[in-house]
Write a protein that binds this ligand. Structure first.
Ligand code: ZN
Length: 132
């Protein structure tokens, strides 16, 4: 694992959250991107070497919609940047972690991503991401 690449935050209203994080961080988001396969619109802010990723559901059955339904808005995941996502997935599986999928998929911000199930990581959804 190289560093904390970003922290994902689930929000109901992306425009309002963009305004709030602009005030909080003192900088504009640098991009918004829809990830169709995950049912989310994302918005990214740079904070030094790391990022904040705001996530808004695009459909009622999006994982983000379900997350907010169950837990309300808030921190959704921590993403670690890795050098070799396939090798890290194998390493984590050997350590007993449960991955949500067997293969990485294309996520936002030009990344290959996969997730460790929160049940195997103290209730925290862990994302691994690798620059494509
Ligand atoms: Zn993420």
């Amino acid at each position: 694992m190289l560093k904390i690449e970003h922290i994902g935050i689930a929000v109901n209203d992306l425009d309002a959250a963009n305004d709030l994080y602009k005030k909080l961080l003192g900088t504009e988001h640098y991009k918004e991107e829809v990830v169709e396969i995950e049912g989310v619109t994302t918005s990214f802010f740079k904070v030094g070497d790391s990022k904040i990723e705001l996530l808004k559901a695009t459909t009622a059955n999006s994982p983000i919609a379900k997350f907010i339904e169950n837990k309300g808005e808030g921190m959704h995941h921590i993403a670690f940047e890795v050098e070799d996502i396939y090798a890290e997935m194998e390493r984590l599986k050997e350590q007993g972690f449960v991955m949500t999928k067997d293969t990485p998929s294309k996520g936002a911000d030009n990344k290959l991503v996969c997730f460790v199930h929160p049940k195997s990581a103290n209730g925290v959804l862990i994302e691994l991401c690798q620059e494509i």
